[in-house]
Design a protein around this ligand. Structure first.
Ligand code: ZN
Length: 117
Protein backbone atom coordinates (compact mmCIF):
# COMPACT_ATOMS: atom_id res chain seq x y z
CA UNK A 1 0.00 0.00 0.00
CA UNK A 2 2.72 2.46 0.96
CA UNK A 3 4.56 1.75 -2.28
CA UNK A 4 1.89 3.72 -4.08
CA UNK A 5 3.45 6.93 -2.80
CA UNK A 6 6.95 8.23 -3.07
CA UNK A 7 8.69 11.28 -1.73
CA UNK A 8 7.51 14.39 -3.56
CA UNK A 9 10.98 15.58 -4.44
CA UNK A 10 11.78 12.16 -5.88
CA UNK A 11 8.58 12.23 -7.89
CA UNK A 12 9.40 15.60 -9.45
CA UNK A 13 12.95 14.45 -10.11
CA UNK A 14 11.64 11.39 -11.97
CA UNK A 15 9.36 13.67 -13.98
CA UNK A 16 12.27 15.96 -14.94
CA UNK A 17 14.38 12.99 -15.94
CA UNK A 18 11.62 11.54 -18.12
CA UNK A 19 11.23 14.96 -19.80
CA UNK A 20 14.89 14.81 -20.86
CA UNK A 21 14.36 11.34 -22.32
CA UNK A 22 11.18 12.42 -24.12
CA UNK A 23 13.08 15.42 -25.49
CA UNK A 24 15.83 13.23 -26.90
CA UNK A 25 13.37 10.72 -28.34
CA UNK A 26 11.42 13.50 -30.07
CA UNK A 27 14.64 15.00 -31.44
CA UNK A 28 15.75 11.59 -32.62
CA UNK A 29 12.34 11.14 -34.25
CA UNK A 30 13.09 14.26 -36.30
CA UNK A 31 15.92 12.38 -38.01
CA UNK A 32 13.30 10.23 -39.81
CA UNK A 33 11.85 13.36 -41.40
CA UNK A 34 15.10 14.55 -42.93
CA UNK A 35 13.41 14.90 -46.32
CA UNK A 36 11.00 17.45 -44.88
CA UNK A 37 12.90 20.40 -43.45
CA UNK A 38 9.85 21.79 -41.66
CA UNK A 39 8.87 18.51 -40.00
CA UNK A 40 12.44 18.02 -38.85
CA UNK A 41 12.64 21.58 -37.50
CA UNK A 42 9.37 21.11 -35.58
CA UNK A 43 10.59 17.82 -34.06
CA UNK A 44 13.89 19.41 -33.08
CA UNK A 45 12.14 22.41 -31.51
CA UNK A 46 9.70 20.19 -29.59
CA UNK A 47 12.59 18.07 -28.31
CA UNK A 48 14.45 21.20 -27.31
CA UNK A 49 11.35 22.51 -25.51
CA UNK A 50 11.10 19.29 -23.48
CA UNK A 51 14.74 19.60 -22.47
CA UNK A 52 14.28 23.28 -21.55
CA UNK A 53 11.17 22.34 -19.55
CA UNK A 54 13.12 19.70 -17.67
CA UNK A 55 15.81 22.26 -16.85
CA UNK A 56 13.07 24.50 -15.45
CA UNK A 57 11.69 21.58 -13.40
CA UNK A 58 15.18 20.85 -12.05
CA UNK A 59 15.49 24.51 -11.08
CA UNK A 60 12.08 24.25 -9.38
CA UNK A 61 13.28 21.19 -7.41
CA UNK A 62 16.20 23.30 -6.25
CA UNK A 63 13.82 25.98 -5.01
CA UNK A 64 11.56 23.42 -3.33
CA UNK A 65 14.52 21.78 -1.63
CA UNK A 66 15.43 25.03 0.08
CA UNK A 67 11.87 25.28 1.42
CA UNK A 68 11.68 21.65 2.50
CA UNK A 69 12.40 20.81 6.11
CA UNK A 70 15.35 18.55 6.62
CA UNK A 71 14.82 15.85 9.22
CA UNK A 72 16.45 12.60 10.20
CA UNK A 73 14.19 9.69 9.40
CA UNK A 74 13.25 7.84 12.59
CA UNK A 75 13.12 4.58 10.70
CA UNK A 76 16.36 4.44 8.70
CA UNK A 77 18.29 7.26 10.46
CA UNK A 78 19.14 8.93 7.17
CA UNK A 79 18.58 12.66 6.55
CA UNK A 80 15.56 13.33 4.35
CA UNK A 81 13.37 16.27 3.39
CA UNK A 82 9.72 16.91 4.11
CA UNK A 83 7.61 18.94 1.73
CA UNK A 84 4.16 19.99 2.90
CA UNK A 85 2.37 18.55 5.92
CA UNK A 86 3.03 14.93 5.11
CA UNK A 87 5.70 13.40 2.96
CA UNK A 88 7.75 10.26 2.69
CA UNK A 89 11.28 9.37 3.55
CA UNK A 90 13.33 9.38 0.35
CA UNK A 91 15.20 6.25 1.41
CA UNK A 92 12.79 3.88 3.11
CA UNK A 93 9.38 5.40 2.25
CA UNK A 94 8.52 5.84 5.88
CA UNK A 95 5.60 8.30 6.13
CA UNK A 96 6.64 11.45 7.95
CA UNK A 97 4.67 14.42 9.22
CA UNK A 98 5.42 17.82 10.67
CA UNK A 99 1.95 18.13 12.18
CA UNK A 100 1.66 16.44 15.60
CA UNK A 101 -2.11 16.15 15.08
CA UNK A 102 -1.53 13.79 12.18
CA UNK A 103 1.06 11.68 13.93
CA UNK A 104 0.25 8.00 13.98
CA UNK A 105 -2.47 8.38 11.38
CA UNK A 106 -2.34 6.46 8.18
CA UNK A 107 -0.41 8.22 5.47
CA UNK A 108 -2.68 10.17 3.18
CA UNK A 109 -1.57 12.74 0.64
CA UNK A 110 -4.90 14.48 1.03
CA UNK A 111 -3.62 16.02 4.27
CA UNK A 112 -1.58 18.39 2.13
CA UNK A 113 -4.70 20.04 0.79
CA UNK A 114 -6.15 22.80 2.88
CA UNK A 115 -9.71 21.39 2.84
CA UNK A 116 -8.69 18.29 4.78
CA UNK A 117 -8.35 18.73 8.52
ZN1 ZN B 1 13.82 6.51 6.13
Amino acid sequence: MAAKYSSKINKIRTFALSLIFIGFIVMYGGVFFRSNVWAMTIFMLMGLLCIIASTVVYFWIGLLSTKAVQVVCPSCKKPTKILGRVDMCMHCREPLTLDPALEGKEFDERYNKKSAT
